[in-house]
Design a protein around this ligand. Structure first.
Ligand code: SF4
Ligand code: SF4
Length: 466
């Protein structure tokens, strides 16, 4: 097994020094909480509460509706004020359950009850993960219980914990490894119970030697040296993209039509694995996210454990408020995140960071014309031809876009990052891909099963890219 790199990629400014020494601190929300019923890939959850209902922390607010969907869980106790449409940081509008927080954080019956995974069947483990509402916390939001149910458990050779966190500025997973390594290992051990023939791999980038040291020590302390390996990978963006990660670790290639199990792998982000451990061993559903709030426009950057549903505006206050009048606020990392125009949006399961910058580096940049320098081609980890795809997008030629394998693009942003003409390549590809998938969706029969949803997962976003 080689731990080499993948072709392409870029080396953006890391920006992690701002918060890498900031321990995770808990923030308790003061205002009402907003729980979108659609904060995962697949069908929106179906609300099982109504306005006026009293709810407890850990209680299901929305039930998974369909084979690819996820429960939505209340992270506080209080009262449902209303169910209405709200905007998410991604700009998506979703039906959402609005809960008035009583600030008592009373748990629902049975929540927080310890369990021994060794005494649970595989089915019970998968059910516990499903009930906990866990989705890929690396950004994709694909329901984890579906991911953990490949066709053949015995064909899985590697369970990979994606602890790469290659997006600049983000340090949440890094802090989790330093502070709660045992929790990540507990989750990995649960996964290895599902895939008994697999070896566990914890993948970490070389710029996080302390985290690698901590995870290696935890593996040794638990006596897992024979079944779990900590692998240190080259520091290069987007090392954490699922396809790149699998290639770097196993030499096996995937395209958007294939899934990690086709390469004998299950890949889960470090926070997701930690959440699996909490759900199965401690009976705790997914109620929190670790969010890095950072940038030169925020007064006290840090890492916060935040209840899902918390308003981003509160998070800004928790980090001391703005240090200036920021020109740019981004939900997520700078490579794949979304510019935030209003802070009045909720933290969801896939939230990871809030970046605040005094200056917007691209605000006054005027896009030029392609000078055919080829830098985008060199940077593309998917071996695509972004300059030609750009021409196809410019002429609204979706057929050509597909002929150029444009749907293989996973929107990593590397081509945009290196383009001297400042063309908004990734944004165009994102729109073109959405249009292609919309067209295909319309053409597909409604009886498409779970396999298509898996493909949607791969095409929608690379899990664990951060
Ligand atoms: S990097 Fe930009 S300018 Fe250079 S070839 Fe690609 S699209 Fe054209
Ligand atoms: S955004 Fe798409 S085309 Fe551009 S480098 Fe990434 S994968 Fe390649």
């Amino acid at each position: 097994m080689g731990y080499g790199g993948f072709r392409g990629g870029v080396h953006p400014f890391r920006g992690k020094d701002i918060t890498k020494e900031k321990a995770i601190s808990e923030y308790l929300p003061q205002k009402e909480l907003v729980y979108p019923l659609s904060q995962h890939i697949g069908a929106p959850a179906k609300a099982v509460v109504s306005a006026g209902d009293e709810v407890l922390a850990g209680q299901i607010l929305g039930e998974a509706a369909g084979p690819v969907s996820a429960n939505v869980i209340s992270s506080v106790s209080g009262r449902v004020r209303v169910i209405e449409r709200r905007m998410l940081a991604t700009g998506v509008i979703s039906d959402s359950v609005i809960v008035e927080n009583d600030r008592e954080y009373r748990l629902a019956p049975g929540i927080g009850k310890a369990r021994e995974p060794k005494e649970m069947t595989k089915e019970e483990i998968r059910t516990a993960v499903k009930n906990a509402g866990i989705v890929g916390l690396g950004g994709a939001g694909f329901p984890t219980h579906v991911k953990l149910a490949p066709k053949d458990d015995d064909a899985i050779e590697y369970v990979i914990v994606n602890a790469v966190e290659c997006e600049p500025y983000l340090t949440g997973d890094y802090r989790l490894m330093l502070e709660e390594a045992e929790g990540i290992l507990a989750g990995l051990q649960v996964l290895l119970r599902l895939f008994e023939k697999a070896k566990g791999i914890i993948a970490i980038e070389a710029d996080k030697p302390e985290a690698a040291k901590r995870m290696k020590a935890a593996v040794e302390e638990k006596g897992l040296g024979d079944s779990v390996e900590v692998c240190v990978l080259k520091t290069k963006y987007p090392q954490g993209a699922e396809r790149n990660l699998i290639f770097s670790l196993t030499g096996r290639r995937l395209n958007s039509k294939k899934l990690p199990p086709d390469a004998g792998c299950i890949v889960s982000n470090a926070s997701t694995v930690h959440a699996v451990g909490q759900a199965v061993c401690e009976g705790l559903p997914l109620m929190n996210r670790i969010i890095t709030v950072t940038g030169n426009g925020i007064a006290n950057p840090g890492n916060f454990r935040v209840k899902t549903g918390t308003n981003y505006g509160e998070l800004i206050e928790a980090a001391g408020g703005f240090a200036c009048r920021p020109e740019k606020v981004i939900a997520g990392g700078p490579m794949m995140g979304m510019a935030l125009t209003v802070p009045d949006v909720p933290v969801t399961k896939t939230s990871s960071a809030l970046l605040v910058f005094e200056k917007d580096p691209v605000a006054e940049v005027k896009p030029g014309s392609c000078i055919r320098c080829g830098r985008c081609v060199k940077a593309c980890p998917c071996r695509l031809l972004p300059l030609k795809m750009w021409q196809a997008c410019k002429h609204y030629n979706l057929e050509l876009f597909q002929k150029l394998y444009g749907t293989e693009c996973y929107e990593c942003g590397s081509c945009t990052y290196v383009c001297p003409a400042r063309l908004s390549l990734t944004q165009s590809f994102k729109q073109a891909r959405m249009m292609v998938f919309d067209q295909k969706k319309q053409a597909r029969s409604k009886t498409d099963g779970i396999q298509n949803q898996f493909q949607l997962q791969e095409s929608a976003a690379p899990d664990g890219l951060r």
